[in-house]
Ligand binder design. Structure first.
Ligand code: UDP
Ligand code: XDX
Length: 283
């Protein structure tokens, strides 16, 4: 599918799927990965738990990583189901460990550090999967302001996306440059697709999922849906270096796999390994 066709058939504007959850033939579950998110987790969960209590989603679960704060109490008090994933090797490992306990035909992932989560995100993310069986993965598309040191930059967020991920994709995976937010942690994926994919741990989760889905099912299986504006608690620039290392390593491995670059030398970044698909027989 070329980019013109993709934008016409796989990129969906805001409100495109209003009301789609009501009477959906597919069960939609939401999973929020969370570690040390006591300040934001209750606000993230409130609109999601309301969707569940209205019967519009089947489950709202927190993939809970061992935390140093009150994240667990806050998540329980907010009414979410808890999937305790112990001390995983980062966000991707948390999702890999939690997926067998996730309910639903469709799994939506929403980060636990977000501010102003909108309940309509879930119908936007799940909508393309409910509407079209040819789509397997939906990435949220959104504006990303950066609120750092009290100053608001309306498009300053997504620093690793803009400084690393998009240049890498432009250079080595031009097929995937159509996506506005290739690293978006707000996604929806068919549960059996997720289970058939290798899952990259740490912060390589999203870039790995994107490339692995593209390799298996092509661009036509990937869509994006506008969810407006995403505000998150931003990490310090120094902390994003580790995120960049994880993403770079994963892309280098993928490039070698695709014969687009010889494999990276040396050791992978700490905590970045490739877990096997849970449906494939373990070696
Ligand atoms: O080991 C980890 C690391 C991160 N996260 C969660 O993954 C989401 C995104 O992580 P983070 O905020 O660190 O990344 P950013 O939003 O800055 O990209 C957040 O809900 C984290 O609590 C997690 O569950 N386990
Ligand atoms: O887009 C990005 O640069 C990073 C960091 O965002 P900020 O610079 O803290 O707004 O966040 C994205 O990438 C992470 C790694 O894939 C994901 O875990 C986040 O969900 C995603 O927002």
């Amino acid at each position: 599918m070329d980019h013109v066709a993709w934008r016409r058939r796989r990129s969906f504007p805001a409100e495109a799927f209003a009301g789609v959850l009501s009477g959906s033939p597919l069960r939609v579950a939401v999973c929020v990965p969370a570690r040390d998110e006591e300040e934001t987790i209750a606000g993230v969960l409130a609109p999601l738990v309301a969707l569940r209590d209205e019967g519009l989603v089947a489950d709202v679960a927190v993939a809970f990583s061992a935390s140093r704060d009150r994240t667990l109490d806050e998540a329980r008090d907010a009414g979410a189901r808890i999937i305790d994933v112990g001390s995983p090797s980062g966000k991707g490992d948390a999702i890999w460990r939690a997926q067998e306990e996730m309910e639903g035909d469709i799994v939506c992932l929403v980060d636990g550090d977000l501010i102003d989560v909108d309940r309509h995100w879930i119908e936007q993310l799940a909508g393309p999967l409910i509407a079209d069986p040819a789509i397997g993965l939906v990435k949220g598309a959104f504006a990303r302001p950066l609120n750092a040191d009290g100053t608001l930059d309306p498009s300053g967020g997504g620093r690793v996306t803009e400084l690393l991920a998009k240049p890498l994709l432009r250079r080595f995976y031009p097929e995937l440059t159509v996506l506005r937010q290739p690293l978006s942690g707000q996604i929806a994926i068919r549960r059996d697709l997720l289970a058939s994919l290798p899952v990259w741990t740490g912060y390589a989760l999203e870039i790995g999922m994107l490339i692995e889905t593209w390799r298996r099912a092509g661009l036509e299986a990937i869509a994006e849906a506008d969810i407006g504006v995403v505000r998150n608690r931003h990490q310090r620039l120094a902390d994003l270096a580790a995120m960049s290392e994880a993403i770079l390593w994963c892309v280098a491995v993928q490039l070698a796999r695709d014969g687009r670059l010889t494999g990276p030398d040396g050791e992978p970044p700490a905590g970045v390994v490739e877990r096997p698909p849970i449906y494939a027989p373990r070696p």
